[in-house]
Every structure is written in C-alpha cells, then in structure tokens.
Design a protein around this ligand. Structure first.
Ligand code: ATP
Length: 366
C-alpha cells in the first residue's frame, strides 16, 4: 500500500469575495438540484448555520425545478440570482442520457464563464481505502472541449461531434493551475493530454501549458498521456500532485480519483470564474438512492468549506473540516456508501454537534 505524508487540507483559489463579513449576512444562492440534491443541500445549510455565521439563503431553480418553472434547466432568472449572490452552493442536477434537455451544469458554467473546475481529492482519516495519503488537486477546464455541444448528423449513421480547444481557454486554465499551486505550496503541475492522437487540439492545450509553466519556475511541470495517467493513478496516486486537464478528461479522471479516496460521496468541488463562484460536489444526482436519507453529505460539506474559504471565513472552514475529520476518525458513523448504516441525518447531526463544540470553545477562548 503506497503511503505519503498526511494530506494538507486546502482551499479553492478565491478570485472574488466580499472584503468583510456583511452585517446582514452572506447572500448565498442555493440550487437544491435533483435526486439526492435536496437532501445533501439541507445538510450543508444546517452545518453552515451551526458555524454561527449569518447566511441569507436564496433559493434558485435549476434542473427539474428550472424546467417546471421556466422551461429551462438553467433559467436566465436563476443565472441573475447567482450573479447577484456572494457565492452559490449547488446540488447535482441530472441530465437525460442521449435525449432531452441539455445539461444545466454546462449551461451554468458557460453562461457565467466559470472556467475553472477545482476538485481537491484527499484521503479522509478513518475512511479505509486501498491508498493512504492521497492528496491530489484536479484543475479541469470547464467551458469548452467536447462539451461545446456541437454535434450533427452528417448522413444517417454518421455523427460528428466537435472538440473545441482554444488558446485563450487553455492559457487561462493553465494560469489558474499554476497560481493555485503557488498559493498552496504545491510542488508540481502535470498537464494531461492525448496529443499523440489529437495533435492539433491537445497539441494546442499542451503548448499553452508549457508556455505558462515557464512563468512559474518554482513549480515543477511535466506531462502525461491520459490513458497512462489512469493506470499510474490506480497503481500509486501519491505520485501526482496537481493535474490540469481539458474538460472531458477532467470529468472522467475526477470520478476515477474519487474512487481512490472512498467514492463520489466524499469529493468536493468548486466552479470558479473571474467574478463568480459556484460550489458543488463532484457527484451527480444519484437517482438510485434519492429520497432514502442515505446519501453521504461529506462531498457537499467539504464543498461548503471551500465556499467558506472563498468568503474569507477560514476559521469556520477549519471548524467544519475538523468536525468531519473527527466524526470519521473518532466514531463509526458512516453512510452506506462507506460501509455503514447511518442515515444522512445521523451523520449530519454528528458533524453539527462537533461544529457547535468548536464554535463554543473558540468563543470561550476569546
Ligand atoms: P447523474 O446522472 O446525475 O450523474 P448518476 O447516478 O449517473 O447520476 P452519480 O450521481 O455521480 O451518477 O452517482 C454514481 C453512483 O455513486 C450512484 O449510483 C450513487 O449510488 C453513488 N453516489 C453518488 N453520490 C453519492 C453520495 N453523495 N452518497 C452516496 N452515494 C453516492
């Protein structure tokens, strides 16, 4: 079993945030989403409220609710509310496979130019997996690639899907990855590609990463072909540090990496743009377990920690993270995805109890 030093817990790369705590609280756009979304989002709101910080929750329709109300999975009205908020917390929205409406996520990321999808993948104490000390950062380009949705039927039986890679978006995501690495003291950025086959598209992406790498001599830089990366990650994930990927590779590699640390229930994420940030778990709407009160809220709780850091509330973020670590390392409370029998509510309440304890301790120490 590979091992390495304990992961250093870290945050997203704040691009924009209020300068100080607003007197009437942070305005947070809340998108409950579909499937297990409402259950895990309720858990997130409860845990965030336990920090004692004031939040104004503004409910925003997206996914099935957006279609029911406005006929769109990501309505313009919702986008306006997200833009006006200090930050947004989003549950998963489902997209029908092979037919039906287009993805609310893709629409959201494109409309608000949330170009960077940041996904820290870290081992949790007390969650036994095949690997120890996993501490990866996935930086996924969020706005182009095959997700441009440009597909057409040339003749019956022949479909063309366009992979769009631009210099602007590739330079921007590479900059984000290196800036994040510098800010968080990470040692290496690895660009992931398939430029041996897609010589023009992935060649351009790689070329942009190389150009940006020359500006950051303190961070090592290397490259790996995406299929080789998957094999190497499964053999020893501790060989890697920060990965920068195009949209599709980023999507696939994120789920693979989630599997290294216990599954989709424990990996958080953030979608970050120049003037907007939306925090959401890596997992989808998991319709198979929706409504059963057994979804693991850890992923959205850790996404909430990233949001707290973005809002310049590092103490509260630490308290929530510590509370999650405490529940995993000191109790046997686990949701079924991690082999336990606890409900979403039981796990959430255990985290809330810890958060309240830390908040009280901090208050009596000051
Ligand atoms: P979607 O179509 O919205 O992507 P999906 O079910 O295809 O939904 P995910 O939601 O990502 O994809 O989930 C894949 C599997 O992982 C599901 O079968 C689900 O049981 C499990 N899973 C995902 N998220 C969680 C969670 N938070 N807690 C427990 N299990 C989860």
């Amino acid at each position: 079993m590979p091992s390495s030093p304990a992961p250093n817990k870290e945050s997203c790369n704040p691009m924009t945030a209020p300068l100080s705590r607003p007197v009437d609280g942070y305005k947070i756009a809340v998108l409950d989403g579909d499937g297990i979304g409402p259950e895990v989002m309720q858990a997130a709101r409860q845990v965030l409220t336990a920090t004692g910080i004031i939040f104004q929750w503004e409910s925003v329709s997206a996914g099935a609710a957006g279609i029911a109300l406005y006929g769109k999975a990501m309505p313009d009205e919702s986008l306006a509310m997200i833009k006006a908020a200090h930050a947004s917390l989003k549950g998963p929205t489902s997209t029908p496979i092979g037919h039906g409406h287009t993805s609310a996520n893709v629409a959201l990321r494109k409309a608000l130019s949330l170009y960077a999808n940041l996904r820290p993948v870290q081992s949790l104490p007390g969650v036994p997996t095949r690997y120890e000390g996993v501490d990866l950062v996935i930086v996924r380009e969020n706005t182009e690639d095959l997700y441009a949705g440009l597909e057409h039927v040339v003749v019956p039986g022949v479909v063309v899907g366009m992979k769009v890679i631009t210099e602007t978006a590739s330079l921007r995501i590479a900059e984000f990855a290196f800036q994040h690495a510098v800010k968080h003291g990470r040692r290496r950025v690895t660009a992931v590609h398939k430029a041996n086959i897609m010589k023009l598209a992935d060649g351009l992406f790689l070329n942009c990463c190389r150009r940006v790498a020359t500006k950051y001599p303190s961070v090592s830089y290397d490259e790996v072909i995406v299929d080789a990366l998957c094999m190497q990650l499964v053999k020893d994930p501790t060989r890697f540090d920060t990965l920068v990927l195009e949209n599709l590779y980023g999507d696939i590699v994120s789920d693979l990496c989630a599997g290294l640390v216990g599954g989709l229930g424990v990996v958080p994420g953030a979608n970050i743009g120049e003037d907007c940030a939306v925090f959401e778990a890596v997992h989808g709407s998991a319709p198979d377990i929706a409504g059963k009160n057994i979804a693991n809220p850890t992923a959205i709780l850790l996404s909430s920690c990233m949001m707290l850091e973005f809002l310049n509330e590092p103490e509260a973020a630490k308290q929530v993270r510590r509370a999650i670590d405490e529940v995993y390392s000191k109790t046997r409370i686990r949701t079924p995805d991690l082999g336990g029998t606890a409900t979403t509510d039981v796990f959430t309440n255990a985290v809330i109890d810890q958060v309240k304890r830390y908040v009280q301790e901090a208050a009596s120490a000051s």
